[in-house]
Design a protein around this ligand. Structure first.
Ligand code: F6R
Length: 604
């Protein structure tokens, strides 16, 4: 995890780097630091947020040639000033995102322990470059030699005060991008930090080395051969990352969902047809050959996979399994499997690792659903669809999830169509229901007061259970994940039929139970489960699209206007996001940056 950002040039360097660092706080926010070079190198760092670092820098921002900064999500060593980056050893200063798996081995081999000042894995990089610099007296050679010994993942920026005309950068299995404008040169973990300064970016490929100076940058490999890398243009802008009039990014992003879904639909559908080309050039060839689908993701993206399993079974008539990426194993090879990786960031280490293993073992074709164009996952997979959620900043994923769902729904139909299971007129009907979704989301968002009132049922309790059945069970999982993440309330989900097999023992008078009731063939079964908890004193909160259930429970229920059972997940999801949001707000947690979490999880 962690975010790094830097700039070289002559204008506004420190202000721009601090601005960029704030936008990277989603990657970690337990400590922050910056190295600034004007006439000499100065390092500032602290435990806590970028805004605290900023206070230290007041009046120290002028006449600097470069600055690079880091915001940390602790892995090795507690959040503290001494563990914050940059790390300086002798002539060398570095910032690092990733994990150096063999840092202990290197520390022992070169006896760095005596001089070690932090508990981090990252500090070893500064020691190692400094060690080689003393031997070679050449910064680039020292950098290359040090990189060769590192195992794990890294995005590194390094500075040597004996060669202050340059900054060296490199990355391996961690994102790093370069950009420039007429005045400055930039690097960052993510384009969002730089959208204010440029819209043209160059991604480093694994092990590329960048040499950056005040006016330009070049890329080379570790044999010093110059490399050419494509640049890509984005139409995202800095406004996409602004809070506007909202109190929290999470709320803003919940309210952006009609637009995000609409934008996503526009790149999936044309003239009542789902475009197979939206998933990539070879999609038809690949879709024709698949017999099995294996979905891979983490957290919220995993939940999107769980929902879509129902759609792949129904519309594509395929067997389908869903895997938590960190648990993915290669032991069951099924011929003609399409592996679908779902990831908002496209940079999640667990998901990338699963896909890399699949590719290495040549197990089948891969497709990614990502919300970041040119992300590592997109570049790794054979086919890809870029959801148009726009930049998501709140750590708890909302609009990205909804656009993942709509994309997977369209993909299931598209595969079914390619396999001739869905004819033109059925496709047209399905497309019409998709086109209606943004309107229906808007309708839910117009009625948020009721949801806010329902959160009162949670007051005074230290846990809540969510129950649902079938395709809504993953939505209960997602709803309870949102609740845990942002309110720290212990929230757990069960398929409602499972209660009697154990969890019912948890229910006592007043215990809150959130119940998702769909107006379909399962209604009576879940109503029986509801009775089971009610008769044991549970305090029930109902989300339903069944008018009768709603009318009988007006005080403690919320009505969702959706008729098509297969689309229930898309709409039931929205009030659950708001339910978690309003509860977290009522107890005053840090909603956009909940404790212990980061948005882009780049460690395994
Ligand atoms: C929860 C949340 C996480 C992410 C997970 C995977 O609100 O955002 O559970 O879904 O870390 O991230 P991506 O989708 O970037 O792979």
């Amino acid at each position: 995890m962690c975010g790094i950002v830097g700039a070289l040039g002559n204008k506004n360097i420190v202000n721009e780097v601090l601005y960029g660092l704030k936008t990277l706080e989603y990657r970690g926010y337990d400590s922050a630091g910056i190295a600034i070079y004007g006439k000499k190198l100065t390092i500032f760092k602290n435990k806590g947020r970028v805004k605290d670092l900023e206070k230290k820098l007041l009046n120290k921002k002028i006449n600097n040639k470069f600055a690079f900064a880091h915001t940390r999500w602790a892995t090795h060593g507690e959040p503290s000033k001494k563990n914050a980056h940059p790390h300086n050893v002798g002539a060398v200063t570095i910032v690092h995102n990733g994990i150096i798996e063999n840092y202990q081995e290197i520390k022992n081999k070169y006896e760095f322990s005596k001089f070690y000042t932090s508990d981090t894995d990252s500090e070893v990089i500064a020691h190692l470059i400094n060690f080689y610099f003393k031997k070679t007296t050449n910064f680039l050679d020292a950098f290359i030699l040090a990189l060769k010994e590192l195992k794990g993942s890294y995005a590194i920026a390094a500075f040597c005060n004996k060669e202050p005309d340059k900054v060296l950068v490199s990355s391996f299995n961690a994102p790093l991008i370069l950009a420039k404008n007429n005045v400055n040169i930039y690097f960052s973990s993510d384009i969002s930090a730089l959208l204010k300064f440029s819209n043209q970016f160059t991604y480093l490929k694994n092990k590329d080395i960048g040499i950056l100076n005040l006016n330009s940058f070049i890329l080379m490999n570790n044999k010093k051969r110059i490399l050419k890398r494509d640049t890509f243009l984005t139409n995202l802008s800095a406004e996409d990352t602004s809070l506007g009039n909202y109190e929290h990014y999470m709320l803003k992003e919940i309210f952006e969902q009609p637009l995000s879904v609409d934008n996503t639909i526009k790149s999936l559908i044309d003239k009542n047809k789902i475009l197979s080309s939206a998933f990539g050039e070879d999609s038809i060839k690949i879709f024709n050959n698949i017999n099995h689908i294996s979905l891979i993701g983490c957290g919220t993206s995993y939940h999107a996979g769980l929902v879509s399993k129902f759609w792949f079974q129904e519309y594509s008539n395929l067997t389908c399994e869903v895997n938590v990426a960190s648990e993915f194993t290669l032991n069951k090879k099924i011929k003609n499997t399409l592996f679908i990786a779902i990831s908002q960031s496209g940079e999640t280490a667990d998901t990338l690792s699963a896909i890399r293993n699949i590719k290495k073992s040549n197990l089948g074709n891969t497709l990614s659903i990502i919300n970041r164009e040119s992300s590592t996952l997109q570049r790794l997979t054979d086919l890809s669809f870029h959801t148009k959620a726009g930049v998501e900043i709140g750590v708890a994923s909302t609009k990205a999830f909804t656009t993942q769902l709509i994309s997977l729904y369209a993909l299931a139909i598209c595969i079914g169509k390619t396999k001739k299971l869905i004819n033109i007129s059925s496709e047209k009907k399905l497309v019409k229901t998709i086109l209606d979704i943004p309107k229906k989301i808007k309708k839910i968002l117009a009625n948020t007061n009721k949801i806010s009132t329902l959160t009162k049922h949670l007051n005074g309790y230290s846990a809540v259970i969510y129950i649902a059945r079938s395709i809504l069970y993953p939505i209960a999982l997602e709803g309870s994940l949102k609740m845990k993440e942002i309110s720290y309330l212990f929230a757990h989900s069960y398929p409602s039929g499972e209660l009697k097999h154990g969890p019912l023992a948890l229910i006592s008078k007043g215990f809150p139970v959130v119940c998702l009731i769909a107006n379909n063939g399962l209604k009576n079964k879940i109503l029986s489960n509801l009775k089971e908890v009610e008769s044991r004193g549970a305090n029930v909160i109902i989300f339903t699209n069944d008018k009768e259930v709603f009318n009988q429970n007006k005080k403690n229920s919320f009505f969702i206007d959706v008729k098509d059972s297969n689309l229930n997940p898309l709409l039931f999801n929205i009030p659950l996001q708001l339910f978690a949001y309003y509860y977290a707000k009522s107890i005053g947690t840090d909603i956009d940056k909940p404790r212990n979490l980061a948005k882009s999880v780049t460690v395994e």
